[in-house]
Write a protein that binds this ligand. Structure first.
Ligand SMILES: O=c1ccn([C@@H]2O[C@H](COP(=O)(O)OP(=O)(O)O)[C@@H](O)[C@H]2O)c(=O)[nH]1
Ligand SMILES: O=C(O)[C@@H](COP(=O)(O)O)O[C@H]1O[C@H](CO)[C@@H](O)[C@H](O)[C@H]1O
Length: 327
C-alpha cells in the first residue's frame, strides 16, 4: 500500500465486531448531545425470505429497547414477491422506488433505491444495510454510527468483514466478495491507490452524513458503492472516510454470471470516473456492453447486456428534494 493509504488504514480503521466492543451508553449520549436523527435504509429487491427478520431485529433492538434508530425504511426496488408486505408487517416503513420523486420516473437497480431513499428519509445520519443479510447483525448499526458520532471530520463509514461464501452447502470461509477481489480491488489499486486501504470497497453496509450524501451522484445499479467511494473521496478527501470491522458478513449469494454483470457495472463506473478523476488522463470510457457466453450443448451462445453507467444527480440539485428539506 502507498504510505497515504497505509496511514489511513492504520488511523481510520476501528473495530466493532460484536456489541461487547461497543459502548452503547456513550453512543447514545453522543447522539443526544449532537441532536442527531438516524435513518436506516434497507434496499430490497425480492427479499421476502430475509427482510422480515432483519427488520424485526433492528426494530426491537434499536427502536423499542434503545432509541438509536429514529427511522427504519425498506425501499421496495421493483420486487415481484411479498417483500413490501413482509417488511411492513415486521414494522418497517416501506416505499416503492416508483412512488418516490415520481416526476423523475424510476430506473432499475440498487443505486436508484438508495438515491430515492434520501428523499424518503429525514435523518442527518443515514445507515444503509443490505436486506439479504443472514445471522445476527444487530451490532452493524451502532458499529457504523460510532466513527460518525465520535469524529465530526468523518462523513462516511464503510463496514468491513470476512465474507464466507456458501455454495451447494459447502462454506468457503473467505470466498465471498468475488467482484471485490477480482474486479474492484485491482481497479481501485490501479487507478485510486489512496483507496487501497478499504477492505470491502463494495460492501453493502455503510453510513454517512446526509450533508455529503446529497452532494454526490448515485450510480443507478450495482456501481453505486464504488461510485460513492470515489466521489466522496474527491468531495472530502481520505480523512473524511473511515471503516469499521464488523466481524463476519453472510448474505445470499448470486451466480457467477450475475456477478459478471455486476462486475461490468463496477468497471464502467470506475472507468467513467477515471476519465474525469485524473486531469489529463486519457478518457477511459467503457463500451457500455458486456457479452457473456453459455454453452447449450452444441456450442457457445453469446448474451449481451448493457452495463453502461446510468446515474442520478446529487440529490441536493433536485428541486422537490429541497422543498421537502425546507419542510
Ligand atoms: O435492483 C436491485 C438489486 C439489489 N437490490 C438490493 O441491494 C442489496 C444487494 O443486492 P444483491 O444481494 O443482489 O447483491 P450482492 O449482495 O449479492 O452483491 C440487496 O438488499 C438487494 O435486495 C435492490 O434494492 N435493487
Ligand atoms: O462485494 C462483492 O464482490 C459483491 C458480491 O459478493 P459475493 O461474492 O456474492 O459475496 O457484493 C457486494 O457488491 C455489490 C456491488 O457493489 C453491493 O451492492 C453489495 O451490497 C455487496 O454485497
Amino acid at each position: 500500500m502507498r504510505p497515504d493509504a497505509r496511514a489511513w488504514f492504520q488511523s481510520r480503521t476501528t473495530s466493532a465486531t460484536s456489541l461487547a466492543e461497543i459502548d452503547l451508553d456513550a453512543l447514545l449520549r453522543a447522539k443526544r448531545r449532537g441532536g442527531h436523527r438516524v435513518s436506516v435504509v434497507l434496499p430490497a429487491r425480492n427479499e421476502e425470505a430475509s427482510v422480515g427478520r432483519l427488520v424485526a431485529d433492528l426494530r426491537e433492538r434499536w427502536m423499542v429497547r434503545l432509541p438509536l434508530i429514529d427511522e427504519l425504511l425498506v425501499v421496495d426496488s421493483d420486487s415481484t414477491d411479498a417483500t413490501a408486505a413482509v417488511a411492513r408487517a415486521a414494522g418497517a416503513d416501506v416505499v416503492a422506488t416508483t412512488e418516490v420523486l415520481a416526476d423523475h420516473g424510476t430506473r432499475p437497480g440498487k443505486g436508484e433505491a438508495l438515491w430515492k431513499s434520501l428523499a424518503a428519509t429525514t435523518g442527518d445520519l443515514v445507515v444503509f444495510l443490505d436486506s439479504d443479510l443472514i445471522g445476527d447483525v444487530a451490532h452493524y448499526v451502532p458499529g457504523l454510527l460510532g466513527p460518525l458520532l465520535a469524529d465530526p471530520q468523518v462523513s462516511y463509514v464503510k463496514g468491513c468483514y470476512t465474507r464466507p461464501l456458501e455454495v451447494d452447502g459447502h462454506v468457503q470461509p473467505a470466498g465471498g466478495g468475488r467482484v471485490t477481489e477480482l474486479t474492484a480491488r485491482p481497479l481501485l489499486n490501479a487507478l485510486w491507490p489512496e483507496l487501497a486501504g478499504f477492505v470491502q470497497p463494495l460492501g453493502g453496509e455503510y453510513a454517512g452524513r446526509r450533508s455529503v450524501l446529497e452532494q454526490v451522484p448515485f450510480v443507478s445499479a450495482y456501481g453505486v458503492e464504488v461510485g460513492l467511494l470515489i466521489d466522496l473521496l474527491r468531495l472530502g478527501g481520505l480523512s473524511s472516510l473511515a471503516q469499521v470491522d464488523l466481524g463476519v458478513r453472510r448474505h445470499t449469494s448470486q451466480s457467477q454470471e450475475a456477478l459478471g454483470a455486476m462486475a461490468g457495472e463496477v468497471v464502467s463506473t470506475v472507468l467513467a470516473r477515471a476519465e474525469c478523476g485524473r486531469p489529463g488522463h486519457q478518457p477511459l470510457t467503457a463500451s457500455g456492453l458486456l457479452t457473456q457466453f453459455r454453452h447449450d450443448g452444441t456450442g457457445f451462445v453469446p448474451r449481451s447486456r448493457a452495463v453502461a453507467v446510468d446515474e442520478r444527480p446529487p440529490m441536493a440539485t433536485v428541486a422537490e428534494y429541497r422543498v421537502l428539506r425546507a419542510g
